[in-house]
Design a protein around this ligand. Structure first.
Ligand code: ADP
Ligand code: ZN
Length: 433
């Protein structure tokens, strides 16, 4: 089973051969959308390009970007490149306001994405004898279902736990000997804390080996904290509904960047303001083109996710390009007193400080004040006030150094701040600016 999903003829393909394969697929998909999707044909015409202008892979730059807004023109079926009878699945992505984005998949699309997941799981060392507890949200969200299909394809035993009910999650882990979990990093931190508080011993009472964590940004420090608390290897798993859900980017055992399967996606990183391509090492917006999607292909889709391309061969031997851990979405960034800040920067500092527990919240209020509420270990609430004050000073000072802005820090007991079973909401903006 496992052998079938390790695909050396694709995963280890030389860069040149990989580019050739991509070009062949790109030509096909550009032709397809031009011929079958009026929305694309019109856009291409307005930009003055035709499929015949695509003479090399680099010529993709001649074609216009697809944005989130495009998904709402002729909503919901406008971007379909196949008749409805070929479409078997709808997923939506939350979209904080208004209508949800509607994404459609054919049978082939579902299978292809599941195969990418199976390939990624094998890359992390998983086999058919692993037991995956899938604690992402099932339903319209792609997160759980796509992983579920991929893990089943590989032959893993899948426990469709869904999120929440932490006591039951832990009970499932103990009863069935869960070896792998799939959840958001913020929920994993919470579960880890409860496991610790209950005196359950990772490695003895529960036998987790790997945690696949994604759906929201997190820092290297959070990864390390979860790895230590749960005695697991954490693999970063990135995806978005528009690209078929999780499994778009996945870490290999080198764990220094996420491979994007380039037989399925064409990867660009562009300057978010000008749309110009950026070099490896420069941070910009990830732009993806689906190379073998059938129902709803997306050309040069602006993900709004910020990252950078990592150059050079990977220790694991795979040739597919790597991106750095996602810094956040362009719209996650907030500005305090003229300084650009991503929540992940704050998280990175907090999670590296001893005494800080798993949860925090960023509150922006008044005329540009930033208060950070931080849960700290219970042992600090033993009446020795000077220990708490010292910790608060350390947290404040470390944040000031990292952010160049001095926040107000409030320390609270574990379990005080709202927990999230799905994507965490870290920033509350109540400013009167
Ligand atoms: P939405 O959040 O808009 O409902 P999705 O559920 O499709 O959309 O979530 C996709 C988004 O989640 C990505 O565009 C990215 O911002 C974020 N995301 C997913 N996985 C990761 C990850 N491993 N690291 C950082 N961000 C991630
Ligand atoms: Zn690798």
């Amino acid at each position: 089973m496992v052998k079938r999903y390790f695909r050396p003829e694709i995963e280890l393909l030389s860069r040149d051969a990989l580019k050739e394969l991509q070009f062949k697929r790109l030509k096909k998909i550009i032709n397809k959308v031009y011929n079958l999707v009026p929305h694309y044909r019109e856009k291409f015409k307005r930009a003055g390009v035709k499929p015949s202008n695509l003479k090399s892979l680099e010529d993709i730059r001649l074609f216009p970007f697809t944005t989130r807004e495009d998904l709402f023109v002729d909503y919901p079926f406008g971007l379909l490149a196949e008749p409805l009878e070929k479409v078997v699945r709808l997923h939506t992505s939350s979209g904080t306001t208004g209508k949800p984005k509607a994404l459609f998949f054919s049978k082939e699309d579902i299978k292809a994405q599941a195969e990418l997941i199976a390939r990624s799981l094998v890359m992390s060392g998983a086999t058919a004898s692993d037991i995956l507890q899938n604690s992402m949200t099932y339903g319209l969200f792609t997160g759980a279902l796509v992983m579920h299909y991929g893990a089943e394809l590989l032959g893993m035993l899948v426990i469709p736990a869904g999120p929440g009910n932490t006591e039951r999650q832990i009970e499932l882990m103990q009863t069935f000997g869960t070896t792998c979990i799939h959840m958001t990093p913020s929920y994993a931190l919470y579960v880890a804390t409860i496991i610790q508080e209950r005196g359950i011993r990772p490695g003895i009472d529960i036998k987790l080996k790997r945690a696949y964590l994604g759906a929201e940004p997190y820092s290297e420090e959070t990864r390390r904290k979860i790895e230590t608390m749960l005695k697991v290897e954490v693999y970063n798993c990135y995806g978005l509904s528009e690209m078929g859900g999780p499994g778009v980017g996945f870490e290999c055992p080198a764990k220094d960047g996420l491979h994007i399967w380039e037989d399925a996606f064409l990867v660009e990183v562009v300057n978010p303001n000008t749309g110009e391509p950026l070099n490896p090492g420069e941070v910009g917006e990830l732009v993806l083109t689906t190379l073998n999607r059938t129902a709803m292909p997306l050309i040069r889709y602006r993900t709004k996710d910020l990252t950078t391309l990592l150059e050079g061969p990977c220790h694991c031997g795979r040739t597919h390009i790597k991106i750095a851990r996602i810094l956040g979405r362009a719209d996650d960034m907030f500005i305090v007193r003229g300084v650009n800040i991503f929540p992940q920067q704050i998280e990175g500092v907090l999670m590296s400080i001893k005494g800080v527990a798993q949860n925090y919240q960023i509150i922006l209020e008044g005329y540009d004040e930033m208060t950070i509420k931080v849960e700290i270990d219970r042992e600090f609430f033993d009446g020795r006030i000077e220990r708490i004050l010292k910790l608060r000073e350390e947290i404040t000072e470390r944040l000031r150094q990292a952010l160049q802005v001095r926040p107000k820090v409030e320390l609270v007991e574990p379990g005080t701040l709202p927990i999230s079973e799905g994507k965490a909401k870290r920033v509350i903006d109540k400013r009167v600016l």
